[in-house]
Every structure is written in C-alpha cells, then in structure tokens.
Design a protein around this ligand. Structure first.
Ligand code: DGL
Length: 388
C-alpha cells in the first residue's frame, strides 16, 4: 500500500501545482483532501485548518514550544587554531535560542538540554530519554509542539525513531545545521527559527516527526542526508519535500496524511542489536557471520540495486532468517523501492523487503519490531509496507 502511496505522492506532486490550485489535493493512497486555499498550502490556511501561521494556542497566547537540545554542529564552535575545524555540542539550548532575534514573537519557548554530543555518537540512551521527555511534555498538555536540535549526521535516524514512538499528533520538528555557530553565514539560527515556526503552525499537526533545514521541510520517513558539506544536503528522494518555510509562513505542499501509522511504546535502552551489511562487488558472507557472532537479532542488507547481493551472502542471510533472525533487504542506491520478490525471492529466503526505507531507517524499524516481539516474516513485511 505504501509503495502505491509514494507513487501517488509523485503523481500528486507532478500535478500538484494544478490539483492544489484547484483546491482538491489528493493525498496519495487516500481520499481527496479538499484544500481550503488554492496555491501552496500556507500554514494554518491549508488543508482545512484555517488558522494564521502563528495561531495562538488554546489559551489565546503565543504557541508554547519546547526546545530540546542534543548537540551537533548547530551547537558547534570553531577551534581557534583551525580554519575549518570545529567541535560539535558546545553551545547550550539557551545559547541557541538567544542567537535568534525575534524568536520570542513566534512562540513562547522553554529550553532543555537532553545531551550535548555530535550525532555520530547518538545512542539508545539519548533516544529513549528524548522520546520519554517528548511524550511527557505532550501528556502534561503544557506545549503545543517540540523542537529537537540535533547533529545532521544521524538526524534522519532519530527523526524516524521518534516518528514511531511519540504518541501525540502534535508536531515534533528536528533541526540541525551544516555550519557551526561561529562560522561565517552560520545556518543554525535561521534553521532554528524555521523549526519553531513549523512546530507552532496548526497545519503541522498530524504530520508526524519532521526535519527542517535550509527553508525546506521533510517527513521523517523519506528525508536523508545527501551531501557531506552543503547546506542544501537534505532531500526527500522518493516523495519530495513536505513543504517550505519563509520568514512569513510555513507552506505545506503535501496534505496531512489521511492515516498515520500507530506508534510503538518507547522501548528500554539498549534496543535489540541490528546490524547493517553493506553489499559490494566480490562479496563474501563474512560480514553476516561476524554480525551474528556478536548477537545481532536483526540484519539489514544495504544491497546493490534492488536490494540484491552475492549468492553466498543471500544464502547466509536466508539461513539466519530461518533461524529466527529478522532479515530485511534495503538498498544502498539512495532512492526507489526495494521490491519484494522482484530480483530476490523473499518468499523462498524468508526475508522481507524494505520498500522505500533506506538501510539506516530499516535498521531502526527492525529494532522496534524486535523490541515488541514482532519477528514473524509476514508480520515484519506488513510493518514495512505500512509504515512508510
Ligand atoms: N558531528 C556531526 C553531527 O553532530 C556534524 C554534522 C552536523 O551536525 O551538521 O552530526
């Protein structure tokens, strides 16, 4: 169903300029969603919401947004003795907020420091602490949205994890930057302002966890980092961006999903071990054996092409699958669908196809499935088909 959704999303995007302008955006895979305003879906004015971009919360005051900081380049500071080097995770949540003039006109902010690390060091303990705090804030009813500041290296994984364990429909927006706070034309302050605008926008509700950088808004399931240094690094290769942010408004170009997937309970740390096996030419099954020798409960193939790999590796993966390890085929290619039973006979091997999820996000979903006792291949395949 999900792959049909993505293809339909493409169709919706291709004709979106016409369809949305005519006021009937069809959410891929769902019934037409009448838009209440022609043109781009402006925050609050789009898809049947009708409130201004910075609508007050129920109390009539500014929206209340919690900023939870975890580190990353957005909190990075240059090293005095280096022209290009910097250290991530130096500035605090309060420092980041102070660097954005006028942000107090967009929302009433609270700040908390969950961690202060480069996201290459992101770990299950921080994930669980972050997820529990977000659910607690929403359950208390004291915030209208949450912004998480985060390194860009693994932001897509954290966003996908939160998208599957946060139990509220209020917005969670992850934001980072490609330049440290001390850099010429640092992008962090503008990105943080954008993130607060999105989290404060009534039209952001019901869209799951999102990522915003460089004025562009992405969904957790499709966003991925595509360039090591460019500020325009984040793309949504299969569906296109969710929307765009400018100083005046949040403009969604995709309607609110007709149906969001259910969420898992927040697991305890550490999550079950799931390893990614990266495929390449002339490959042996050694990486599969190595992962299993370290107790991997799940394996994700970052396959060549349509999630394929050398026969000895497929044989080893099938043997693992038939011994109870969850095995999912994804692709190193970066866009497109890993199709079940196309080049690889998943029925025979006992494996599942990741559909549109990349290897890093497939790993997160397998961890969550394992943590919830979902290991039957048919049930695993159903989850991959419906959670994208
Ligand atoms: N250390 C990397 C991280 O925290 C830098 C990348 C960044 O945040 O932009 O993800």
């Amino acid at each position: 169903m999900r792959s049909r959704t993505v293809l339909l999303r493409f169709a919706a995007l291709l004709v979106g300029a016409v369809v949305v302008l005519t006021g009937c955006g069809a959410r891929p895979g769902g019934a037409a969603t009448p838009s209440s305003a022609p043109g781009p879906v402006r925050a609050g004015a789009g898809v049947g919401v009708g409130k201004p971009a910075h609508a007050a919360s129920d109390s009539g005051s500014l929206p209340r947004i919690a900023v939870l900081a975890t580190g990353g380049t957005i909190a990075g500071k240059a090293n005095a003795n280096s022209a290009v080097g910097y250290t991530a995770g130096q500035a605090t949540a309060e420092d980041l907020i102070k660097a954005v003039p006028g942000i107090d006109k967009v929302a009433t902010l609270s700040a908390e420091q969950i961690a202060n690390i480069g996201s290459q060091d992101m770990n299950d303990q921080v994930w669980v602490k972050l997820a529990n705090r977000i659910n607690e804030l929403f359950a208390e009813g004291k915030v209208d949205g949450v912004v998480v500041t985060h390194g860009t290296d693994t932001i897509e994984e954290t966003a996908f994890f939160l998208d599957n364990v946060v139990s509220s429909d209020r917005p969670v927006v992850l934001v980072g930057s490609m330049r440290p706070a001390t850099a010429l034309s640092a992008d962090g302050p503008a990105n943080l302002r954008s993130a607060v605008q999105v989290a404060a926008a009534p039209s952001a509700r019901g869209r799951g966890t999102m990522v915003v950088l460089n004025d562009t808004l992405h969904s957790a399931d499709d966003v991925t980092k595509t360039n090591t240094t460019s500020v325009q690094t984040f793309k949504s290769p299969n569906t296109g961006p969710l929307g765009y942010v400018d100083a005046a408004a949040v403009n969604f170009v995709q309607p609110v999903p007709q149906r969001r997937h259910s969420h898992f309970p927040v697991p305890s740390a550490p999550l079950p071990r799931v390893d990614i096996v990266y495929s390449h030419s002339n490959m042996t099954a050694d990486p599969v054996k190595e992962a299993l020798s370290h107790g991997a409960k799940g394996l994700v193939l970052a396959g060549v092409g349509d999630g394929n790999t050398a026969k000895p590796v497929l044989d080893a993966l099938s043997k693992a699958a038939k011994s109870g390890v969850v095995v999912v085929r994804s692709s190193r290619v970066g866009s497109g669908e890993t199709v079940r039973n196309a080049e690889v006979d998943d029925d025979r091997l006992g494996t599942s196809a990741a559909h549109f999820l990349n290897p890093a996000k497939s790993r997160v979903l397998v961890q969550l499935l394992q943590a919830n006792g979902i290991t039957d291949p048919a049930k695993v395949q159903e989850e991959f088909t419906t959670r994208y």
